[in-house]
Design a protein around this ligand. Sequence first.
Ligand SMILES: [Zn+2]
Length: 289
Amino acid sequence: MPELPEVEALSAYLSERLTGRVIARVQPVAISALKTYDPPVTALEGRTVGPVTRRGKFLDIEAGGLHLVVHLARAGWLRWKDSLPAEPPRPSPKNPLALRLRLEGEAGDGFELTEAGTKKGLAVYVVKDPAEVPGVARLGPDPLDPGFTVEAFAALMRGDRRRIKGLLRDQSTLAGVGNAYSDEVLHVARMSPYKIAASLTEEETVRLYEALGGTLRDAVERSRGLAAGELKAEKKLGLRVHGRTGQPCPVCGDTVREVSFADSSLQYCPTCQTGGKPLADRRMSRLLK
Ligand SMILES: [Zn+2]
């Protein structure tokens, strides 16, 4: 799933290509992806694109007073096309194409939103105000916002009885961090994903805050200037523990382990994060019974 750094890079990439251009056609293909109907998507046609920004993990494309807001979810992606085919896209269960946006001009350039797999989560909204999108209205503070100080972060942790892994991923607590970067942040901070937020000492709070900002800024820096098609590979390369079960930890050489849940899994290094003790994994214990 694209998280803050990838969506940040995507918004910069799109900003260069879209801002100042006029939208010619917007064609939804997967109707389930379209979450709003008033104003209709066609209302974007003929409008000039303004700023393209990121809100948490949402992309916000402003065009003449309207906003095309996109959430790529788990398997959604954006592909830039220098020349889109003239014929309208045909919906089919096997077609990963969810929406096509073509710009005015002879080249017929623009982008396509695609979504692989059967679990459809990609969401597209056309609204007058981004706050009309429930997921945007709920967003907590953005960790890259200059106003997001260590004091603001400490206030979020204070009194919160949740495990820090869950807290970091909760979009209404903190905007933009998902499963991958929360694993990375916790590895950099040398903290167990199961640690309770309220139990953090002042020193630990500062360490986690610095790991959060540092990890995200590094990832944004690495993604800067990359084309949409290169972002996924760059993300994978930069990860230290996420998705690396069984591989050596790049810091200490211990084996990266995982805990699996119904629809996700987390990865961590026991030596760096849990005092050398592996965390209980329900799936593993079931297999061992
Ligand atoms: Zn390690």
